[in-house]
Design a protein around this ligand. Structure first.
Ligand SMILES: [Zn+2]
Length: 500
């Protein structure tokens, strides 16, 4: 069970509070002054236990809860199918109902409505004054929205894996302007109480970065929010490529990483890991990462922050032998500091040695429940390897991966993990702090040995050190820490008010 905040400890504190023994110092422990330990509120922790089994109560709680950072989010896949459809209509596309793809056809070709929804149909379907009949409009919307997202995929006889990866072909040449992607993405992050994003996309120039930050600031202003949201980027390399193309992408990614103007703090490799090309070239790719890492270390004095998708595999989608070494080789050869997904860990050779190494070297895992559920069918506490990492003290952070495409968000990912693994409030709270601790933000964090229950004096000293040493990580952790003080105080007042 929890190493941080056991349920028995929560109950014991609550009993003591109820009996008046600790009323003066612990009744509202999160806000006590001086050296009284600012424990996680037992009242809030107890409420979390009560609502955990009910999804709507759990979502309401987690939506309000500060969630630290999202370290694994592909910017282009944050956009939802509705926006893709609107832009396709605006840009003159028709929809091929057989190929489930946006295309541009001549009027003669479009005339068969069994095969095509015309651009006029698309335009009308998304219009506030649609002239399509209700049932036809519904047919158009359902067919398109389901083709370009994971909407309702469970109700259909399709492979989630194939449906997911076909998205990138189905959207064809439809262009979603970057400002629109970022406007929607930041709006979601603010509403979900997220404080930090490491977005997987290539941020190419200072001008591009400045315009993205301006969009973020405008969103914060338009929402009348006081939230501090920081953003960095992870450059991407397509693994589903021949070795020359992979090397060219790696060189470009390193150039972005070495240019401080782009705020690129890491590099990832992506695309379907089970694809034959990815599998055949895996070792060659890892050797290129190894060479690049060592060269960087030699010439610049630091290695490279690699956040590598690895072990996003199951027996259904991969040959057995690949499952035995993808995570370990991504670390040993590829120098991964973070593993994305890590689903196949149980099959990795010398798994316990690997877990020890990950724990000791603080090599974390970004866990993306909805993505693994939709793409690999890995769903629920019995099949997802979260506990294997968690019980070995390997750092873990909850992330979204492709929130628009998956029709999910960070709140929903926390809810899934809380339910699948019956986590307590203190554990969920640690996951939020750990999303900052595991990040590629510079500097030292403020928590020692996972102790996030600091006294007021300890917090004051930690904050002052974070500021004076210029630790971006420490400063961000202090922000999240203070957000939790406010959140728990608010939750306590609601719990009293509603008499829950
Ligand atoms: Zn990913």
């Amino acid at each position: 069970m929890s190493k941080f905040f056991t349920r028995n400890k929560v109950k014991k504190i609550i009993l003591l509070v109820a009996s008046g023994v600790l009323m003066s110092s612990i009744a509202l422990p999160a806000f006590a002054a001086g050296n009284v330990r600012e424990n996680t509120s037992p009242i809030v922790a107890d409420y979390f236990e009560k609502v955990k089994a009910n999804n709507t109560e759990l979502i309401a709680f987690l939506h309000e809860m500060p969630k630290g950072g999202d370290l694994h989010s592909h910017a282009s896949a944050t956009i939802e199918a509705e926006a893709v459809l609107e832009y396709a209509a605006e840009q003159g596309f028709d929809f091929d109902r057989k190929a489930l793809t946006f295309v541009k056809k001549t009027p003669a070709e479009q005339s068969d409505s069994a095969i095509y929804f015309t651009n006029a149909t698309l335009k009308s379907a998304v219009s506030a004054n649609s002239t399509l009949g209700t049932s036809f409009r519904e047919e158009v919307l359902s067919e398109i929205l389901e083709a370009v997202s994971m909407r309702n995929y469970k109700q259909r006889a399709v492979s989630g894996h194939d449906h997911f990866f076909q998205y990138f072909f189905r959207t064809g040449d439809v262009t979603i302007p970057d400002p629109e992607i970022y406007r929607r993405l930041f709006t979601r992050a603010i509403k979900e109480n997220i404080g930090y994003l490491e977005l997987m996309t290539n941020m190419k120039t200072k001008a591009d970065y400045d315009s993205v930050i301006k969009i973020k600031d405008d969103v914060i202003k338009s929402l009348n929010s006081t939230r501090k949201l920081d953003v960095n980027f992870i450059a991407t390399i397509n693994r589903n490529a021949d070795n020359a193309a992979f090397k060219a992408s790696l060189d470009k990614a390193i150039a972005l990483y070495d240019n401080p103007d782009t705020h690129t703090v890491g590099i990832t490799i992506l695309s379907a890991e089970d694809d034959l090309l990815s599998q055949k070239n895996f070792i060659a790719q890892m050797k290129m990462l190894d060479e690049a890492y060592n060269y960087h270390l030699k010439t610049q004095g630091t290695g490279i922050n690699f956040h590598l998708h690895a072990g996003e595999l199951t027996l259904d989608y991969s040959e057995y032998l690949a499952l035995t070494d993808r995570i370990s080789k991504s670390i040993d050869l590829g120098h991964a500091k973070i593993i994305g997904h890590g689903v196949s860990i149980a099959w990795n050779e010398q798994v316990y040695e690997l877990l020890k190494k990950m724990r000791d070297d603080k090599i974390g895992v970004t866990v993306c429940p909805s993505s693994s559920e939709a793409i690999l069918g890995v769903s629920g506490g019995d099949t997802h390897p979260f506990k294997l990492y968690w019980n070995a003290d390997v750092p873990v952070a909850i992330a979204t991966d492709d929130e628009g495409l998956s029709r999910s968000n960070l709140t929903n990912e926390y809810a899934k993990i809380a339910k699948w693994f019956n986590l307590e409030y203190g554990e969920i709270k640690w996951l939020a702090f750990n999303s900052i601790e595991m990040s590629f933000l510079k500097g030292k964090g403020i928590f020692k040995d996972k102790n996030f229950n600091l006294t007021a004096d300890e917090f004051k000293a930690a904050k002052s050190l974070a500021i004076s040493s210029g630790s971006a990580k420490g400063i961000k952790e202090c922000e999240v820490y203070e957000e939790y003080l406010t959140f728990e105080k608010k939750m306590e007042s609601y719990i009293y008010d509603f008499n829950w």
